[in-house]
Design a protein around this ligand. Structure first.
Ligand code: SAM
Length: 245
C-alpha cells in the first residue's frame, strides 16, 4: 500500500468515479459548517488540507474568507489554480509535513482525506503538522467516515458506470484498513487501483488527538450537522481544538 494515494488521486479516473460528489454537496456542507463556526470573515485564514480540485475552498472563499488549499496531487492543484484570486490560493503540499508562512484560524480536512498511511505515526504526523500551523485558539474540522456503519456494509461489490467507463468497486477489511479495489477496462487495457483508509473510530481519534495535543470539542454525524450516532451516522465529523497550557 506504499504511496498508493499518489497515483490514484492524480488520475482522471478518480475524478470520474467521484464526479457525483460535486460542488452542490460541498456548498451545502460548507454553508452549514460556517453558520455553526460563526467566524469573523475579515480576520480568518482558512486552510483546506487535501483540497483536491478545491470545491470546498472555492465556496469558503465565496463566503468571504481568505483560503489556502493544499493537496499532493499536481493535476488537482493545476485545476484549482484556475479559480485563484487575491484571497484564494492553491499549492501542492504533503499533509504529513508542511509549513505555511502564516498560521491558520481554521484547518479543514474533508471527505475522508485522513487515515491513508500505514503507520500510526504517519497518521499522527498529519494532526501534528496541522496543529503546528494553527493559531493557539484555532480549530480543525476533520470529516471522516463512520467506520462502524461502513464496516457493516462490507465486504461488498458494486458496478458503477460513469460516462463510458464501467467500474467494479470491491470493498474489504484487511488488517484494520478498509480497502477499496477499483478495476475497469479502457480500450484493451485493464486498470486496477486501490484505496486504503484506516478503520479509525471515535475512541481512536480521541487517542490520536490527545497525542497531538488536541481535544475533540464536538462531533457531528452528517453534512446537515446532526449529532453523531455511532450506529446510524454516515459520517464522523470532528471539531478539534488546540490544548492551551
Ligand atoms: C478523497 S479526496 C478529497 C478531496 C477534497 N477534499 C474533496 O472533498 O473534493 C482526498 C485528497 O487527498 C489528497 N492527498 C492524498 N495524500 C495526500 C498527502 N500525503 N498530502 C496531501 N494531500 C493528499 C488526494 O490527492 C486527494 O485530493
Amino acid at each position: 500500500m506504499e504511496n498508493w494515494f499518489e497515483d490514484w488521486f492524480d488520475s482522471q479516473y478518480y475524478h470520474l468515479l467521484y464526479k457525483h460528489r460535486d460542488y452542490t454537496e460541498a456548498e451545502q456542507f460548507i454553508t452549514n459548517l460556517f453558520n455553526y463556526l460563526n467566524l469573523d470573515k475579515k480576520n480568518t485564514l482558512v486552510l483546506d488540507l487535501a483540497c483536491g480540485k478545491g470545491r470546498h475552498s472555492i465556496h469558503v472563499n465565496q463566503l468571504g474568507y481568505s483560503v489556502v488549499g493544499m493537496d499532493l496531487s499536481k493535476q488537482s492543484i493545476l485545476h484549482a489554480k484556475e479559480f485563484e484570486n487575491k484571497q484564494l490560493h492553491f499549492q501542492t503540499a504533503d499533509m504529513r509535513d508542511f509549513k505555511y508562512k502564516f498560521k491558520f484560524d481554521l484547518v479543514l480536512n474533508l471527505f475522508t482525506s485522513f487515515g491513508y498511511f500505514k503507520s500510526h505515526e504517519e497518521n499522527l504526523s498529519v494532526l501534528k503538522a496541522i496543529s503546528s500551523n494553527l493559531k493557539p485558539n484555532g480549530r480543525i474540522v476533520l470529516d471522516y467516515l463512520n467506520v462502524k456503519k461502513a464496516l457493516q456494509q462490507i465486504p461488498s461489490e458494486e458496478k458503477i458506470k460513469r460516462e463510458e467507463v464501467d467500474f467494479t468497486v470491491k470493498k474489504k477489511l484487511i488488517d484494520d484498513f478498509i480497502v477499496k479495489k477499483i478495476s475497469f477496462n479502457q480500450g484493451n487495457k485493464t486498470y486496477q487501483f486501490k484505496e486504503f483508509v484506516k478503520s479509525i473510530d471515535l475512541n481512536e481519534f480521541k487517542t490520536l488527538a490527545n497525542e497531538a495535543n488536541l481535544t475533540i470539542s464536538e462531533t457531528f454525524g452528517d453534512y446537515a450537522l446532526n449529532k453523531f450516532n455511532e450506529d446510524s451516522s454516515d459520517r464522523l465529523i470532528l471539531i478539534l481544538e488546540k490544548n492551551v497550557h
